[in-house]
Structure formats: structure tokens, C-alpha cells
Design a protein around this ligand. Sequence first.
Ligand code: SF4
Length: 234
Amino acid sequence: MAELSPPRAAPADERRASLSAWGDDARGAFSGARDPARLEAAVVRFHRTLDATIAATVEGHGLALDCKRGCSHCCHLRVHVQPHEAFALAAWLRRHVEPERLAEIVRRLKENVARTRELGEEARKRTNIACALLASDGTCSAYEARPAQCRRYHSLRLAACEAFRTQPDESIESPLHPALAHNAAVIITQAQHAVRAAGLEAENADLNFALLEALENPKAWRRWKDGKKPFVGA
Ligand code: SF4
């Protein structure tokens, strides 16, 4: 999920300042999110801020990540997405993906939603399911618009990713770096607060269900615009 772009230096103080400045920026960016074009622009800004924060943290801590193009262990984990990202991702897919390919993605989303329901919450945590956006060459079909959770995920230990892929087990030590996970969480949480400040719902939802609803159910968008929970009946 985290195919990271080349990092740029950012001293610790500068990094702290940009983390706190994002709160105000985010409130401004998401204040007009009921308009689809402004929502997409706000999500792009959010994702760019997150990418820059991740890159600066990687450089600041001298991290050597094990992530590389085509490695997709983490694309079999359960992914959560916030409503603003799900709607922006749906719009991106409609604009960038051929109708046949989009129909195939929708088919896989439906399959994953049915499988998730059948498994139930606990069994789902221990079951790997390939993301509906994962292409056959191990890359993401929506890399440019992938959710924040995919951007923040990274690995310092490929062996841990491989072990979790083979046998999901919460006792496997996390492959994440604490500072990187923390800084990314700050950016994501501030975006969530900004969405709520605009009177919109911002709870995490399962990517398969949220994206399917965003693509197929116009009522989901209307509910969200009215300040209600958009994805019901997961
Ligand atoms: S959205 Fe893309 S990066 Fe995220 S889990 Fe799916 S395939 Fe992987």
C-alpha cells in the first residue's frame, strides 16, 4: 500500500509545525465538501499532506522500509475508509477506469461484501481477502486515489507481513514504525475532525462496503450531504 515517493528533509520543529498547521488547512479545505468538486480537491490536499508527512518522517528517522511496487501483502488486510475518501475514490474511478474494468471492480466489491457478512466480525479479522482494487500484477488500480489507510501502511519487516498474510494472528509483532504511524494518524484524525466540523459524518467504514455504496447507491451521497451516516446496512 505504501509505495513511498522520495522523501524530502524536514527538521523536527518544522514537522511539528506542519502537523499542527494541517488542522486549520483541513477545516478550510473540507468546509465546502458538500460540493463534489470541492470534496475531491479537499481529499487530494489531505492525501498530499499525508504523503509529505510520511516522506518527511521516513527521512527524519532514517527509516529503511521494506515496501516496494508489486508487494501486496497488506492489500489482503481489512481496509477502513472514511466517507469523504470513499466518495472521492468513487468519483476518481468513474473518471479514470474503463467501464468494463469498473464493472469488474464492482463485481469483486459485491463478492467481498458478501464474504465479509458471511464470516462475521471475528472470523473476518483472521481471514485475508484480496482488495477489489488489487490488480493481477500486485499493483493498486486506484493508486493515485487510494485511501489514507493504504498510504500510511508501511513495513520495516517484510517477514511480519508474510507471516500475517499466511496466517493472520494478532500476536505477530507490528511491522510499523511508531513515529511514522503516529504522525500519519495525526493527519488522518485532523481531516476527520475537519469533516465533522463541516457538519458531515466521518466514521470509518469497511472499504468494500463503503466504496460499493458510493459507486452504486445515490442515497448514500444524499444521506452524507444531510449530515447523516451514509453507509447503512453493512
Ligand atoms: S485500495 Fe489499493 S493500496 Fe489499498 S488495499 Fe486496495 S489495492 Fe491495496
